[in-house]
Design a protein around this ligand. Structure first.
Ligand SMILES: [Mg+2]
Length: 113
């Protein structure tokens, strides 16, 4: 494990796959998408609580990691390449424009303009 490239998305995906395999999530409902959505919503709530309750950055980082692990696991469960989806979407986002909405910047397709 010490030679794992921590900058590699495939190493992250493999680690999450090992976690799924360790607990055999696939055979026990752990890869059902509706259940995974509920788990991700729960973690998003924990991220929200970090912000609204003023918890420290380490707590926020841990909850963000929980959500990222669930996202990677959801891509495994639904059998799509999350890294390719990321780069496809990132390329699209970089082509979008931004505008101020309610005092904060928003990047979107802004179909009305
Ligand atoms: Mg959590």
């Amino acid at each position: 494990m010490n030679d794992v490239n921590h900058d590699s998305f495939s190493a992250m995906r493999d680690a999450v796959q090992r976690f799924h395999d360790k607990h055999d999530l696939k055979s026990h409902g752990g890869e059902e998408l509706a259940y995974r959505v509920a788990l991700m919503a729960e973690e998003l709530g924990e991220i929200s609580a970090c912000v609204t309750k003023g918890k420290d950055r380490e707590a926020l980082a841990e909850e963000c990691a929980d959500l990222l692990i669930l996202l990677i696991g959801t891509a495994i469960s639904a059998d799509f390449p999350l890294d390719r989806a990321f780069w496809d979407k990132m390329d699209a986002l970089m082509k979008r424009s931004s505008r101020m909405v309610g005092g904060r910047i928003r990047v979107s397709e802004f179909r009305d303009s």
